[in-house]
Design a protein around this ligand. Sequence first.
Ligand SMILES: *Cc1c(COP(=O)(O)O)cnc(C)c1O
Length: 304
Amino acid sequence: MKPLHIETPLIESRPLSAHAGRGVWLKMEAAQPSGSFKLRGIGRACQDHARRGATRFVSSSGGNAGIAVAYAGRRLGIPVTVVVPETTSDHAVALLRQEEADVVVHGPSWQEANAHAQSLMGGHDAFLHPFDDELLWDGHAGMIDEVARTGWRPDAVVVSVGGGGLMSGVIQGLRRNGWPGVPVIAVETHGAESLAQSVAAGHRIELPRITSIATSLGARQVCARAFDLAMDHPVVSVVVTDGEAVQACLRFLHDHRVLVEPACGASLALAYGGHAALQPFEKILAIVCGGATTTIETLQAFSG
Ligand SMILES: *Cc1c(COP(=O)(O)O)cnc(C)c1O
């Protein structure tokens, strides 16, 4: 079956390379039809569920995961129900409805929305988790397959980390392309640093709450796979501020004419800030994970 995602451009960034003082290449996942890399893994999982007879897809994500499920369902002709909390922006709900999802607004926070989504599950429904699923990691790994096929090899890969699905997929991709020693620089924002705190503690911690504006990084706990990989693969954990992430989004919009979420700006902030974590490397691959839920107005409001 033909995949639902597209092969994305790999481009050398002159502006980011100049800021970082080394070569920075961009894998442009913001160009996916759903606006983020999530479609790689979620599209892969939805096709698998469809093949096994699923008659409905259910999600509890009001963000890029839910949008990817809605997109996949519309393409596959399978109905989608997305349950989101009352805190979800009108813009995000409109994006979900634009993909013809049935949106149910329920409860004050994600916990209640997710519990309601679980209670709706019928016998032939498939629930799509936003990050903790082997099918997702396998789908995300495809972005590294595409890089490897170009013949260009990075010295390190920069990824943003929420629940750790993207990082798990990227490391899987590095390994299956014969690059098990290529380090991963895992970036989070303060207030969403569930991986950084877990690495510091030596075990998987759960944050009491999320305080970062980078909502797509707002998983209180990373998946077990991501933590195990952080122990087993060369992973450097870095935390940036919300302000650095937002400034990186605005500079990236100016430099590359592409609007991304602060969740993605967190990764770009390393190159813009000439961060020390990049110092040992000549050729950096930054995953431009994208994100569809931010507008220029929200970015400007955040930047004050
Ligand atoms: C989901 C998402 C992330 C984080 O991915 P995880 O797999 O949860 O670590 C980062 N950026 C964007 C734009 C996302 O949609």
